[in-house]
Design a protein around this ligand. Structure first.
Ligand code: NAI
Ligand code: MG
Length: 348
């Protein structure tokens, strides 16, 4: 199995190096790594943030482990040459439509949450967000009403195929976790949501082992703060997922802890921490590599079919924290390599 490593800019190479050490320590047979240039690093080397060789490697790979892109040196470039175009280009070229964002509070870090410790401690959920449809992609424009008032409009739409694809992603994710799927919509008001709900119910026939529930998005926003421990997997549309996933991440705490995946139809995926290239701390050894280590764990689980190895990574991160490993963002003083050492020492 081929893994494409795209370290990118800023702290990207530092955090990818630690994820690579953890993957190597698992000694999984048949994993091959190839490194590619993306972002500002690629622009500086060959004049484009997503060079053809990188795209070709991405298409060949079973999974992509991505650091971060973004480089202040590139701020004045035209938009299509900016480092951030690398991630957008990869999403488009590979058809990555299903964004998975786990939110889990490691007990040792419950104090870092915006919620009360006893509420936060129970968080262990995954948001599956559709990222190719919905109101962001519908017809949009500005017009004048008959009375001459300016009026903006954005059409919200989903077709059943789009809903079916993301519903399967939600059910499969729930099956690999605790077997509970909550579909979030606004079916009391929106036709798109009515179709969403109908299709999710149709798909549920293929997953009798998963317990399906439905929730309106306004209630879901409230429940995420009131009692987040009730959720296992949440599946939702692009706009509701955009808002709920940011809300859920703040319930957890440091940005240096949050992993993500974006999958396509064939479960090929791009795995990355949710944070950016952090130019303010790049090269200083201050970056927390755990979000990237956990992203590597997601890669083993979702694209490579190695859930036991993924469990080992998650358990090692938990144990390292329990043993007192704290980087600067977590209020400690351990550097990036020492955080990697702590995970390796905790790996069983
Ligand atoms: P950022 O996430 O890079 O940094 C925000 C703050 O969090 C900074 O103070 C940073 O030091 C801190 N931080 C981030 N990751 C950390 C880690 N692992 N350990 C400890 N502290 C960490 O967001 P910002 O500053 O808005 O963007 C910087 C660059 O990253 C920009 O060029 C932006 O476009 C890019 N970016 C790239 C993303 C990606 O590659 N997917 C996502 C978000 C931003
Ligand atoms: Mg957002």
């Amino acid at each position: 199995m081929l893994i494409a490593l795209f370290p990118g800019d800023g702290i990207g190479p530092e955090i990818i190096a630690q994820a690579r050490r953890v993957l190597d320590a698992l000694a999984i047979d048949g994993l091959i790594y190839e490194e590619g240039l993306v972002g500002g690093a690629a622009y500086k080397a060959v004049g484009h943030p997503l060079p053809p060789e990188t795209l070709e490697l991405a298409k060949r790979a079973d999974a992509i482990l991505f650091g971060a892109v973004g480089d202040p040196d590139c701020d004045s470039l035209e938009r299509h040459l900016r480092p951030e175009q690398a991630i957008l280009g990869l999403r488009k070229a590979l058809g990555l439509f299903s964004n998975l964002r786990p939110a889990k509070v490691f007990p040792e870090l419950a104090d870092a949450s915006a919620l009360k410790k006893e509420v936060a401690s129970a968080i262990d959920l995954l948001i599956v967000r559709e990222t190719n449809g919905d109101v962001y992609f519908g017809e949009k424009g500005m017009r004048k009403t008959a009375d001459g008032l300016r009026e903006g409009y954005d059409i919200m739409s989903y077709n059943e195929e789009q809903v079916r694809k993301i519903a399967h992603q939600g059910f499969q994710a729930a099956r690999a976790r605790r077997g509970k799927l909550c579909s979030v919509d606004k079916a009391n008001v929106l036709e798109t949501s009515q179709l969403w709900r109908d299709v999710v119910i149709e798909v549920s026939a293929e997953y009798p082992d998963v317990a399906l529930s439905h929730m309106y998005v306004d209630n879901a926003a409230m429940q995420l703060v009131r009692d987040p421990g009730q959720f296992d997997v949440i599946v939702t549309g692009n706009m509701f997922g955009d808002i709920l996933s940011d809300q859920a991440s703040m319930c957890v705490g440091s940005i240096g802890m949050l992993a993500s995946a974006t999958l396509n139809d064939s479960n090929q995926g791009l795995y990355e921490p949710i944070h950016g290239s952090a130019p303010d701390i790049a090269g200083q050894g201050k970056a927390n590599p755990l979000a990237t280590v956990l992203s590597a764990g997601m890669m083993l689980r979702y694209s490579l079919g190695l859930p036991e190895q993924a469990d080992r990574i998650e358990a090692a991160v938990g144990k390292a924290l329990a043993n007192g490993a704290r980087s600067f963002d977590l209020g400690g003083s351990m550097n990036t390599v020492e955080m990697g050492d702590a995970v390796l020492a905790a790996l069983v």
